[in-house]
Design a protein around this ligand. Sequence first.
Ligand SMILES: [Zn+2]
Length: 62
Amino acid sequence: MTDFIASACPYCGEGVEIDIDRSGGSRQRFVQDCPVCCQPWEVEVTRDSDDDWEVMLRTADE
Ligand SMILES: [Zn+2]
């Protein structure tokens, strides 16, 4: 099962939606390109104890 979480691109600031895999682990990291500016994000998805998902987007060159 997948879901989407709204976030913002760390490069161009555009609002974006991250596709998360709810059947995966409570902490997932992957690289995905921004659909707006095509820069690579380092995406970290975490699930907290309330079963809420949170997305962090970082620039991959940090
Ligand atoms: Zn962008």
